[in-house]
Design a protein around this ligand. Structure first.
Ligand SMILES: Cc1cc2nc3c(=O)[nH]c(=O)nc-3n(C[C@H](O)[C@H](O)[C@H](O)COP(=O)(O)OP(=O)(O)OC[C@H]3O[C@@H](n4cnc5c(N)ncnc54)[C@H](O)[C@@H]3O)c2cc1C
Length: 352
């Protein structure tokens, strides 16, 4: 029997796509819509740097999902401006309203530029989504000198790629800007030891103080008084939850959207998952955000199953060791690039 259910997912990253697969497989009747301001379907974010360098083709960025276009309406290139939980409606930027019966917010993260950098944000380039790399591919290939404001894991991958492309690179390493964890002094030293033989100049314990445009290039000065010229300045300040569109509408939020261990928000029919969610840990009695592809996938699964009536507690992705420039880091949030691959079956039985 057909139902009036309309499940809407905001975001088509790994968590939103996974939620869509689970809903599609387990509720044959409901209407399902995924809305994303990105113009392309799911792609591997960890391959974006290799795409810029030309090691990966555009088609190889794309993830083969289990989404059935006859079951799921994909609204790409459409930005959610506001949620109206009281009337279960979403307002899109182009003034359209979309009604939902249940909603999953899977809006991910965006570069979290610190206040100190906002004054020169117009001179900075970022690399966090497909749109960024399409815009940056050609300029990066043409440019010769780069200044990279570090840094997060993606920043490291980027400078190594630039070195492989035989570009001139100078990088700051700002431990507190390091995402997703704090870079300890021993790690900073190991990172410098690993990057310098590649020809990358590392200004450890220093940070960019100003960036000024001059004749099509940029002059960067640092807090310690160093001055460098660059054709492009990239910033990798880490990602922060992308939640501004949900603010002020009665949805509880702090750093991210606050959810309990079942990924439920304070509003009955709204769930949140992936990098935009700040999840309650009943053991620690505190909320924490998580990052990384595998966590996003597991959370998309859990949010969708709970939306359908299950009561699953979210578990972090299994602990592993991650190699960070010669330092072994124990983590349950970040998957090594080569391991982001096989997609699991989506039948509800396989999750019990
Ligand atoms: C360059 C790069 C490399 C990475 N490499 C790795 C790696 O090697 N290993 C690893 O584990 N993790 C990696 N990550 C992190 C990983 O990709 C993220 O943790 C993961 O994508 C988070 O998934 P998500 O579904 O929560 O959000 P996202 O993937 O960020 O997707 C959120 C989606 O919501 C959309 N959206 C946001 N706001 C709105 C709105 N208002 N209206 C409509 N749509 C909206 C966004 O456009 C986006 O499509 C990398 C990230 C980046 C940027």
């Amino acid at each position: 029997m057909a139902t009036d259910d309309h499940y809407v997912i905001i975001g088509n990253g790994p968590s939103g796509n996974r939620a869509g697969e689970i809903l599609q497989a387990n509720d044959p009747e409901a209407r399902i819509t995924i809305i994303s301001d990105e113009s392309v379907p799911l792609y591997y974010k960890h391959k974006l740097t290799s795409f810029i360098a030309g090691y990966v083709k555009e088609e190889d960025l794309m993830v083969e999902t289990g989404l059935d276009p006859d079951r799921i309406r994909m609204r790409l290139g459409q930005c959610v401006e506001r949620i109206d939980p009281e009337n279960s409606r979403i307002f899109l930027r182009h003034m359209e309203k979309v009604r939902y019966t249940r909603l999953i917010i899977a809006a991910g993260g965006r570069p979290g530029l610190p206040q100190s950098m906002s004054a020169f944000s117009d001179h900075l380039s970022f690399l966090s989504c497909f749109r960024d790399v399409i815009t940056q591919k050609e300029p990066v290939n043409k440019a010769e000198k780069f200044f990279v404001i570090g840094g997060d894991l993606v920043g490291f991958r980027f400078v190594k790629m630039l070195a492989a492309m035989e570009k001139e690179v100078c990088m700051t390493l700002c431990p507190e800007a390091f995402w997703p964890f704090e870079l300890k002094p021993d790690m900073t030293a190991a990172v410098c030891r690993n990057l310098e033989p590649l020809g990358i100049e590392v200004l450890a314990n220093d940070q960019a103080a100003s960036v000024a445009a001059q004749n099509g290039a940029y002059n960067v000065t640092t807090a310690n008084g160093e001055a460098r010229q660059a054709d492009m300045v990239f910033a990798f300040p880490g990602l922060v939850p992308n939640i501004s569109f949900a603010a002020g509408q009665g949805i509880d939020m702090d750093h991210g959207i606050l959810v309990d261990e079942y990924l439920r928000t304070n509003i009955d029919n709204i769930y949140a998952c992936g990098s935009c969610a700040q999840i309650y840990n009943p053991k620690l009695k505190t909320y924490a955000t998580s990052v990384g592809w595998p966590n996003a996938v597991i959370q998309g699964e859990t949010a969708a199953l709970n939306l359908l009536g299950e009561n699953r507690v979210i578990e972090p992705a299994p602990r592993k060791f991650f190699e960070l420039e010669g330092v072994r880091v124990r983590t349950s949030w970040w998957e090594d690039v080569d391991d982001i691959s096989e997609r699991k079956p989506v039948n509800r039985d396989t999750h019990s």
